[in-house]
Design a protein around this ligand. Sequence first.
Ligand code: CTP
Length: 395
Amino acid sequence: MLNGKNVILGISASIAAYKSAFLCRELIKKGANVKVLMTPDSAQFVTPLTFSTLSKNPVYSTYANAATGEWNNHVALAKWADLFLLAPATQNTIAKMANGVCDNLLLATYFSMGNQVYFAPAMDFDMFKHAANQVNIKKLQSYGNVLIPAEHGELASGLVGEGRMAEISNILKAIEQKDSFWANKKVMVTAGPTHEAIDPVRFIGNRSSGKMGYALANQLEQRGAEVYLISGPNHLSDPKVFQHIKVISADDMKEACLDLFSEMDVTIMAAAVADFTPKMFANQKIKKESTKKLSIELKSTNDILKKLGEIKKPHQRLIGFALETHNELENAKGKLKRKNLDMIVLNSLKNEGAGFENDTNQITILDTKNKQKDFELKSKDKVAEDILNFIQNEW
Ligand code: CTP
């Protein structure tokens, strides 16, 4: 799971930093690309040269390279990283991360991270159990960071107790297990528009490109899920997924979804299913001459998501999308409840660059625990990552 991942290994000033040299080597053995960030004081325990030799990358500690004056860009570092692992995490650095203090490059990079952050505390027993430290650890967890618990054993002071940095094998296991959240999970994703036939050559459709659903399917596949993609007509090239079912109409999509749903662990309905379909289908092409004034009578389609919400079992997770033009939050919250969803992804057409046809999207995620998270405008691939990260952090 770490193969090909870009990892920032953060080192703060604890004697456990010497173990991080081994951690760096193990990460590289597993195929990760590692860049090491050190707090200025941590260099008293291990030299930057140790880490630059092991990681084969420059080690960053200050905002600018003293020799060249070049800026060490914390934003670029954070954007590069698929994950940030702070090991060892000292009481001081934990406190700063928990309380928004940003007085070195490692912290500035942490505050710029969009992807998952892990931290492995290391400190003496009394410091570790101090109420202030425990509150800060909880705060960090509440921001979505993953705690790799300190272990019990002999400490640098000679005391025995909790506070040792987790063993290297346990740190790696914690990351790989978290990353393997999707492994063996069956996930159904719907994508694209549906086309509702008027006659053999004409249809009613919408502007959905299918890009959001395909980005989700790709990202799920990369994370090891068994992906069932149900897509309406679109012009995208076929992604590599476990099963890809192509449908045309809302009714076809409903049948395909209902066939699979009972076996799914997670279902994400990204498709823009048509809400209306012609009441009558003309078997032959409607000729211009045959009618002077043509009106097409429409009927409602079945709401697939609502139906799935009605038959959902307690272990199943159901995620819907809400595309809104006004009263966005209120409407999305209404859909979350009405359709018995676990989570809803809201995109507003008021935001430029969001919604149909674009390569970018801007979303807000709402869930049944009243959690609301706003994201900035980004590529649909990155949005897919945000959605999946949210799911795995919450469940
Ligand atoms: N959806 C569905 N079946 C339909 C219509 C919509 O499963 N016939 C799903 C979409 O895949 C999406 C969610 O319902 O996940 C919300 O779609 P949206 O068009 O925003 O809302 P609607 O429920 O159709 O309500 P309205 O059009 O009134 O906003």
